[in-house]
Write a protein that binds this ligand. Structure first.
Ligand SMILES: [Zn+2]
Length: 297
């Protein structure tokens, strides 16, 4: 990864339950739940630093004096049951596009390459098409690699925990018998923005998470449907699309986080086989994606 590149991760974090003590129907305590989907961005400030194989950059090790890692987190909050990120790829795409817009990915002053990592549960044939569309439209390079379930859950869980713990304490502190300050998703997002957006560091050190962003994923978000289906996508654990060269989506059977892969190089010798052109992409008017060969350029 170069100094301008960004690592982005996303995963479902937690649910937050809104208690509405004034709505009791036939003895049932009514509540609504909000799903909290979290994305994060990791950017470096200062000197170059190469990511380790296993993303140890997330381990909060600030021992390098001349470089700092800045993490920002993005909360996508929804009360709609249809907005399940594991079932509806549209939720993931909507969230990641907001993150890319925030980063100015592919635009002046923004990163030219984005490296996505997520749990293998998010592998889905619709992501191929979306990946190609984002890369081509932004003329940026996009790389998405998946790890086995459960790996790297720490930041999602801790950030979701920060929101839940804070919200419960806020309700306890500010509620009266007639008033609950966090009665619905609008209250949650408003008060979270006011109170959690700019974390303070401890003991004179800057905070690890420097900024939090809150979004309401309103209504039902349709999943992307304009993609070319890819046979065998359940066997593929890494995708990439180099929009800077207008290339089609390529895929590989194993994730790899080596220096070659992280610089979109061609000659990674680790197991997992060569990058293969999938023929996938989003459907363009001048579609010419019939090239099925495995040749790298
Ligand atoms: Zn590699």
């Amino acid at each position: 990864m170069g100094p301008m590149d960004v690592l982005v991760g996303c995963d479902f974090s937690k649910q937050f339950e809104f208690y509405s003590p004034f709505v009791i129907t036939k003895g049932t305590y009514m509540s609504t739940k909000a799903n909290i989907f979290v994305a994060y961005t990791v950017q470096r400030t200062g000197a170059n630093q190469v990511l380790d194989d296993d993303i140890t950059i997330l381990d909060d090790d600030d021992s390098e004096e001349d470089t700092r890692v800045e993490i920002q987190t993005f909360f996508f909050i929804s009360t709609s049951n249809e907005n399940n990120p594991k079932k509806n790829p549209g939720i993931v795409h909507d969230a990641l596009q907001k993150v890319f817009d925030h980063l100015n990915f592919g635009r002046p002053g923004g990163p030219r390459s984005v490296f996505l990592v997520s749990d293998g549960e998010y592998r889905n044939r619709h992501h191929f098409a979306w990946l190609g569309k984002q890369a081509v439209e932004r003329k940026g390079d996009l790389w998405w690699s998946f790890y086995v379930a459960g790996h790297g859950k720490g930041l999602y869980d801790s950030e979701g925990g920060v929101l839940k713990t804070w919200a419960r304490a806020y309700v306890k502190q500010h509620s009266t018998p007639e008033f609950n300050p966090i009665n619905d998703i609008h209250d949650l997002i408003k008060h979270a923005r006011d109170n959690l957006a700019n974390p303070k560091g401890r003991a004179g050190k800057p905070p690890t998470v420097v900024k939090r962003h809150f979004f309401h994923q309103e209504g039902i978000i349709e999943q992307a449907k304009n993609g070319v289906q890819v046979a065998g996508s359940n066997m593929l654990y890494a995708y990439r699309a180099r929009g800077s060269r207008d290339s089609l989506v390529e895929a590989r059977e194993f994730s790899c986080f080596c220096d070659i892969c992280l610089t979109f190089g061609m000659n990674c010798t680790r197991p997992g086989g060569p990058w293969k052109k999938t023929g996938a992409g989003y459907i363009r008017d001048d579609s010419d994606d019939g090239d099925e060969t495995g040749d790298d350029e």
